[in-house]
Ligand binder design. Structure first.
Ligand code: NAD
Length: 494
């Protein structure tokens, strides 16, 4: 029987108004499952449930909230091995990575609990000026809209901090990978008071209904720039605050004093090709010193041929699966054709035996000889095809690395840490990995997010929790309390 998941609203399973069916990108004739999709009315009902739960949840002591969220996630995580197969089947992410992704929620909850408890505490300043109490308050109902490429991690990065700090939430996952995240977070929601966490699947219509509802106090979005612009313009009507985690066109800069060892190439390969390159912080452009260019291309492609086992995402030995949809596959193939037409040289990696010719496979490759204004270099490709670009001087490579609009992350590769740090500081990005890239370089304690058209706001770290709190300052000047203030004097301390 095909898996069929309902919506989760106000503590109960609710039927939708339509159905989203998800096929397996590795074998598109195989239907993995269905989720119920909502409409504007069901979205309003979910916001109503979150709104009704917001007061009591905010009034629950933070230590109880963090315990409830942690326990609910731990309990739901027991089914992760089976759930990993579901995630791998709906998304094409290899099963070992899918299992790691599912484990992230519990790790984040363990990390965030003590921090949330500290950040929710009042800050009291007692000094000559008087008593200032800075109360840390939740926003109320948070709308979370998430993408498909790491559906559980990217939803958890919103659910865990928002709920622990006393907000309630309506989550709308992506219709392209809704199954594992809905099944997992419905189980988490069932372990929490009714209405604290609600899930409404659907497309842009549900997203728009969420963002435009006046009961939504904050919108947290991860996804693409086109959607971000639409959300921002809707949010602007009520000046609703947003967190925007958008795309990146991340540069990996290999300095002249980098290692150039097999081990380095393997790290660089996973930095670029994890989840078939469909990661916001994946390496999207590789810069190498001109005199090292040919050696780099040979070393990188040889390492990739060993490290990348393209195959069935459910097979334990696979390290790379297909891309998410037929549309995305066709877009990437068109990009490769355009790169070759523009004089780029395509270096296909390894002998890939595609398990099912109808699957959404893209042969991993690097492209050399492209100009910086070719779309494969200038824009985020989000796939397993990466340009390698030669540079002459450090000033030049820093300028070229910075010359894109999507400044999310980057990496600098050098055997001299001081050198790497100095170059990193000149990059106009929100995150720089040293001697690694992508997942291997992330840390629960390191704030992650972009600038410019890569978005604003942070996830991970203390900043990623503080994002869901707003301050309320209660100030009682001594001069007023003691009656020594003269008229309307400026409160400047003596
Ligand atoms: P997308 O923008 O197409 O969709 C994201 C979500 O927005 C989905 O749930 C979608 O249904 C919803 N949506 C679509 N139109 C909407 C509208 N008008 N109003 C409200 N919601 C709407 O993005 P995607 O293809 O799912 O994700 C890929 C993008 O996400 C890439 O650019 C990637 O780099 C980026 N991303 C960023 C991060 C980060 O942390 N910065 C992480 C992962 C992915």
């Amino acid at each position: 029987m095909t898996l069929s998941l309902p919506l989760w609203i106000g503590g109960r399973a609710v039927a939708g108004t339509s159905v989203i069916t998800r096929e397996n990108p590795a074998r598109p004739t195989e239907i993995v499952g269905q989720v119920a999709a909502g409409d504007a009315a069901l979205t309003a009902e979910a916001i109503g449930a979150a709104h009704a739960a917001a007061g009591p949840w905010a009034a629950t002591p933070v230590s109880d909230r963090t315990r409830l969220v942690r326990d609910a996630i731990e309990a739901a995580s027991a089914a992760n091995p089976e759930r990993a197969r579901l995630l791998a089947s709906e998304l094409g992410k290899v099963v070992t990575d899918a299992l790691g992704e599912l484990g992230f929620a519990a790790a984040l909850a363990r990390y965030a609990a003590p921090l949330a408890e500290r950040l929710c505490a009042d800050v009291v300043v007692e000094d000559d000026e008087g008593r200032l109490v800075i109360v840390q308050e939740p926003f109320g109902v948070v709308a979370a809209i998430t993408p498909w490429n790491a559906p559980v991690i990217l939803a958890s990065l919103k659910v865990v901090p928002a709920l622990m700090t006393g907000n309630t939430m309506v989550l709308k996952p992506s219709p392209l990978a809704p199954l594992a995240v809905t099944e997992f977070l419905s189980a988490v929601a069932a372990g929490l008071p009714d209405g604290v966490l609600n899930i409404v699947n659907g497309g842009a219509d549900v997203g728009e209904a969420l963002v435009s509802d006046p009961r939504v106090a904050k919108v947290t979005f991860t996804g693409g720039l086109v959607t971000a612009r639409s959300i921002a313009s809707t949010a602007a009507k009520r000046v609703t605050p947003t967190v925007m985690e958008l795309g990146g066109n991340d540069a990996a800069i290999f300095l002249r004093d980098a290692e150039y060892t097999e081990d380095m190439y393997i790290r660089a390969v996973f930095g670029a090709f994890l989840t078939s390159g469909q990661v916001c912080m994946a390496t999207k452009r590789i810069f190498v010193p001109r005199e090292r260019h040919d050696e780099f291309v040979a070393g990188f492609t040889a390492a990739a041929a060993t490290a990348l086992k393209v195959g069935d995402p459910l097979a334990a030995e696979s390290t790379m699966g297909p891309v998410v949809t037929r549309d995305h596959q066709e877009r990437l193939h068109a990009l490769i054709a355009s790169a070759e037409a523009a004089g780029g040289v395509l270096h296909r990696i390894g002998d890939v035996e595609i398990p099912d010719a109808d699957g959404y496979w893209v042969h991993p490759a690097v492209v050399t000889g492209l100009a910086d204004d070719h779309p494969l270099v200038a824009d985020e490709q989000f796939g397993p095809v990466v340009p390698i670009l030669a540079y002459d001087t450090e000033d030049e490579v820093i300028e070229r690395a910075n010359a894109v609009e999507q400044s999310l992350a980057s990496s600098v590769w050098s055997t001299d840490e001081a050198h790497a740090q100095a170059v990193a500081r000149r990059l106009d990005v929100g995150f720089t990995f040293l001697n690694c890239a992508n997942r291997a370089g992330t840390s629960l304690r390191a704030p992650f997010g972009g600038r410019g058209l890569s978005g604003h706001g942070r996830e991970f770290g203390e900043a990623g929790i503080a994002e869901y709190l707003q301050t309320h300052a209660i100030n009682y000047p001594n001069a007023i309390r003691t009656g020594t203030a003269r008229g309307n004097a400026y409160p400047v301390p003596a």
